[in-house]
Write a protein that binds this ligand. Structure first.
Ligand SMILES: NC(=O)c1ccc[n+]([C@@H]2O[C@H](COP(=O)([O-])OP(=O)(O)OC[C@H]3O[C@@H](n4cnc5c(N)ncnc54)[C@H](O)[C@@H]3O)[C@@H](O)[C@H]2O)c1
Ligand SMILES: O=c1ccn([C@@H]2O[C@H](COP(=O)(O)OP(=O)(O)O[C@H]3O[C@H](CO)[C@@H](O)[C@H](O)[C@H]3O)[C@@H](O)[C@H]2O)c(=O)[nH]1
Length: 427
């Protein structure tokens, strides 16, 4: 089967490479000329471990190509994966304008039976809307089917997640389309959930929201643990070893960010509101997450007094390690609070490159970042921050105080090197 991937961002590019690995012929299409040019020359336009090598391999082997020729790409392929962005709209719902545009172009160029697959994260009912948008633009009576096949990969481990998923969810409304999807995914050993499009759409939002809920639960508990002198990591382990709870997503810290959890939780809350239903537990998770960055800034204020004209080293700008994605990164929420309190920021990140402003400067080494600063706040769990020689950089630091927003440093080592140290629930 010939596959077209529309949207060559994190998800589209990963999906394209995974299907190439499984022996399919894949074309990637994007409206962004620069991205397509880079991909055609074997260069990724974002940072994601493992994808670069596969990109070069499949371009060389000839089973992968990239194009901007929309009509030709749609006409020549049998299965079309929609992988465009679905960002948060002003009212909190998912903005479907990019999905709609793609559906309309598919309608205009429909020349043979095709399966249209929604891989983008889209609200309940979108498969029906995609079918309607295609129908409204179709110039003939050629049939098509729309399938919902949400993606569960994480940035930073996208390739491994997509090659070895926990499950594949297929929301279908025709046996013919289901047969095509089974054929496409025949080399995947995981369980399949074959269900209605609406259920598939809801599974995606419910999964992300549940994970966000777990993080907010542990973060709020960690604040109580701070007061009670209880170690949050031991608590997470103690409850997580109960297989009914599970250890994953119980790591306390600066709160969840990224291109998915914040917007997807918001979109699910909007769906509930539109249907006159309350999801109070999810509303509480959002509230905890929104106040989490400030909680860390308050710890800095407690140690330093006023932050006016203090220079704060921020280690990590990406929303998590192994990505260059800064969408909804907690680092910037912390930076906003710090700047509002009059502080100046010196920041470091291994992959993210930002411009400077009067209150924000980025430097290229950790040593440079922490030198002449009044405190250090660690916001992203980059492996290299675990190996900082705190003793040797100590002499260049003006006031030795570290706030560990990812609970990842060895408290004894840091204290032994002469620093004051705060990490959530680590007293
Ligand atoms: N990033 C993740 O980890 C992740 C994981 C699972 C699901 N998702 C979901 O997958 C979708 C894509 O996410 P992403 O992070 O890859 O987004 P992204 O912003 O990285 O990429 C989207 C791409 O679509 C392109 N595009 C927009 N309109 C287009 C059009 N009309 N035709 C062709 N290309 C077009 C953009 O130029 C961009 O390159 C979203 O719905 C997201 O919620 C993301
Ligand atoms: O115990 C934890 C786990 C994660 N996080 C934070 O949660 C956010 C999201 O992390 P993660 O889920 O690892 O990254 P994403 O790439 O955003 O992946 C999520 O969002 C994707 C997009 O929908 C889904 O496909 C994935 O299944 C889902 O994990 C990040 O800010 C993490 O630092 C924590 O604070 N504590």
């Amino acid at each position: 089967m010939k596959i077209l991937i529309v949207g060559t961002g994190y998800v589209g590019t990963t999906t394209a490479l995974v299907f190439c690995e499984k022996g399919h012929q894949v074309t990637g299409l994007d409206v962004d000329e620069e991205k397509i040019k880079k991909l055609q020359s074997g260069e990724l336009h974002f940072f994601e471990p493992g994808l670069g090598e596969l990109l070069k391999k499949h371009l060389r082997e000839g089973n992968l190509s990239f194009t901007q020729d929309e009509s030709k790409a749609i006409e020549e392929n049998d299965v079309i994966f929609i992988c465009v962005g679905t960002p948060q709209d002003k009212d909190g719902s998912a903005d479907l304008r990019y999905v709609q545009k793609v559906a309309e172009r598919i309608g205009e160029n429909l020349n043979t039976y095709k399966v249209i697959v929604d891989k983008s994260t889209v609200p309940v009912g979108t498969a029906d809307k995609v079918a309607r948008w295609i129908l409204e633009h179709r110039k003939n009576a050629i049939p098509f089917d729309v399938v919902s096949n949400p993606e569960f990969l994480r940035e930073g481990s996208a390739l491994q997640d997509a090659l070895n998923p926990d499950r594949i969810v297929i929301g279908y409304s025709s046996e013919k389309a289901l047969h095509s999807m089974r054929e496409l995914y025949k080399d995947f050993a995981c369980p399949f959930v074959e269900t209605t499009p609406k259920t598939a759409e809801m599974i995606k939002y419910a999964a992300n929201s549940f994970l966000a809920l777990k993080i907010s639960y542990i973060n709020e508990l960690a604040r109580l643990c701070d007061l009670l002198g209880i170690k949050i990591d031991d608590l997470s382990k103690g409850i997580g070893l109960d297989h009914r709870i599970g250890e994953a997503f119980l790591k306390a810290g600066v709160g969840y960010g990224g291109s998915c959890f914040p917007k997807d939780v918001s979109a699910l809350l909007k769906t509930a509101e539109t249907n006159h239903q309350t999801l109070s537990i999810l509303e509480a998770a959002v509230k905890v997450n929104q106040t989490q960055p400030k909680y860390f800034v308050e710890k800095l204020q407690a140690a330093l007094g006023s932050l006016e004209n203090k220079v704060i080293a921020v280690l990590g700008l990406a929303f998590k390690s192994n990505t260059d994605d800064i969408r909804e990164s907690p680092s910037f929420k912390i930076i906003d609070h710090l700047v509002q309190a009059g502080a100046k920021i010196k920041a470091h990140d291994p992959t993210v490159k930002m411009g400077s402003s009067p209150s924000f400067k980025q430097v290229s080494t950790v040593e440079e970042c922490v030198s002449d600063t009044d405190a250090i706040i660690l916001c992203t769990d980059w492996e290299q921050y675990k190996n900082i020689d705190w003793m040797s950089v100590r002499k260049s630091v003006r006031f030795p105080f570290i706030v560990d927003g990812k609970n990842m440093l060895n408290a004894n080592e840091v204290k032994h090197a002469g620093y004051g140290y705060y990490a959530l629930g680590k007293s």
